[in-house]
Design a protein around this ligand. Structure first.
Ligand SMILES: Cc1cc2nc3c(=O)[nH]c(=O)nc-3n(C[C@H](O)[C@H](O)[C@H](O)COP(=O)(O)OP(=O)(O)OC[C@H]3O[C@@H](n4cnc5c(N)ncnc54)[C@H](O)[C@@H]3O)c2cc1C
Length: 408
């Protein structure tokens, strides 16, 4: 079949991009490998989603339901239980190969939206020594067991890493009757949002141990204990540490954008975001007609901004533009998305998403167009785990520069 745009991934990013493209008149196909649309939100049963986009606190499934309903209302075609195995460029567009219980299928599309989300870093990626017994899970796998399968994977729990999913699982496991002994974080400050520290740990009396990590796992068939040790500034364990008895170790040590399909298309990944480099409409700077949105582009902390960026991509897929992408010169932030600005198509507003490399009580973001300072924004309490969103109205012809500095 031929489509105007094929969206790969049926999470909130893919759903919003699909709806925006369909509203602009494109023939759209969504391809999702799981049995149902909704992405990771299906298992996020706590509330707090949609405050910015809808002005109300929704659960993950409620948030996803709104987009899925819109997909159905717009009559957008979608395939579930269908995995994209290959993608390649062919004159005028891209061929997408899939496999499902119905067999192999091949579709052609002028434009492609990569909305494949992210995956979790595994315990093996953080150098924990010892045996490999049952009872060591990533936070997402633990969330899946508890929220979708109704299973409690442990009763005495140690959580390694203070990422948002780990914090949320500390509260969830406590509510389900497990004893969460503590959350251990190697860095000097927590990796998750401040609101999650308050609502998931402080409100439940769960201790957070900073500059502490799990160095060893003990147990043959099942986890029996872990060794936790303090770490120095270079993150190396110091001293002998202590043994903590537990039957479940939950690891929440970061998310990595899922980009095998982008790599198949020959696109290079930005070393800072681990996603592709895009312009302000989320189109690849290297390959025309390929977009990346949501956590496949960079890991977001709020789904509302996932949907915001995806809407831009969907709308843009429906228009033809002559491109003149200029690389944004960046100084200060750990990363900035978009990495390029198509200066021939700067619209009403241009949104930048960035992260600070360190905590700052006050920060100043400055935007220069063609060498001239055109806008400044000030932020309070800037922290690496909390993404900064800055929207500007400006024009440029040759150069765009973004600087983030401490505002003294
Ligand atoms: C385990 C986990 C738990 C999370 N919990 C929270 C939370 O509690 N609160 C919060 O604010 N944020 C949470 N997040 C962040 C959350 O991922 C984002 O807010 C948002 O859901 C990202 O949307 P997305 O559409 O980019 O990705 P996802 O929601 O991950 O959707 C991507 C979709 O692409 C599909 N896909 C991938 N590859 C293929 C392929 N080759 N073929 C077909 N389909 C494919 C996947 O099956 C998936 O449905 C969590 C993330 C993870 C990984």
């Amino acid at each position: 079949m031929n489509y105007g745009v094929i969206v790969i991934g049926g999470g909130p990013a893919g759903l919003k991009a699909a709806c925006s493209a369909a509203e602009k008149g494109l023939k759209v196909l969504i391809i999702e490998r799981e049995a149902r649309l909704g992405g990771i939100l299906k298992q996020c049963v706590h509330d707090g989603f949609g405050v910015i986009r809808f002005g109300e606190k929704l659960t993950g499934p409620e948030y996803a339901y709104r987009d899925v309903s819109e997909v159905k209302r717009l009559g957008i075609e979608y395939l579930t239980g269908t995995f994209v195995t290959d993608i390649y460029a062919k004159e005028g567009g891209y061929v997408v190969e899939t496999t499902s219980a119905k067999g192999l299928r091949s579709d052609f599309s002028e434009k492609i939206v990569l909305a494949t989300g992210c995956r979790e870093r595994t315990p093996r990626q953080v150098n924990i020594h010892g045996t490999r017994p049952a009872g060591v899970l990533t936070a997402g796998a633990c969330q899946n067991f508890v929220n979708l399968k109704g299973l409690l994977p442990g009763k005495r729990v140690v959580i390694l890493g203070s990422g948002d999913i780990g914090l949320i699982m500390a509260r969830r496991l406590t509510l389900e009757g497990a004893k969460v002994i503590g959350v251990y974080e190697a860095k000097p400050s927590p990796s998750g949002l401040q609101r999650n520290i308050r609502q998931c740990l402080d409100d439940f009396g769960i201790p957070l141990h900073l500059q502490t990590t799990v160095t060893d796992v003990y147990g043959q068939k099942r986890v029996e204990a872990v060794r936790v040790s303090r770490v120095d500034e270079a993150m190396n364990p110091v001293g002998e540490g202590e043994i903590v008895e537990c039957d479940l170790l939950v690891v929440s040590v970061g998310l990595i954008p899922e980009n095998e399909l982008a790599e198949k298309l020959g696109l290079t990944l930005d070393p800072a975001t681990k996603g592709i480099a895009v312009d302000q409409y989320m189109m690849s700077a290297e390959k025309e007609g390929v977009y990346a949105v949501g956590n496949a582009l960079h890991v977001h902390d709020l789904v509302d901004y996932v949907s915001e960026g995806a809407a831009l991509a969907g709308e843009d897929a429906a228009r033809d533009r002559k491109r003149n992408p200029v690389k944004v010169d960046v100084s200060g932030p750990a990363y900035v998305v978009p990495q390029y600005i198509d200066v021939s198509a700067i619209g009403e507003k241009t949104v930048f998403y960035l992260r600070s490399p360190r905590e700052m009580a006050r920060a100043k973001l400055m935007l220069y167009a063609d060498g001239e300072l055109v806008a400044e924004k000030r932020f309070r309490n800037v922290k690496p785990p909390e993404m900064i969103r800055a929207s500007f109205k400006f024009t440029a012809e040759d150069s765009v520069t973004l600087r983030l500095e401490e505002d003294v």
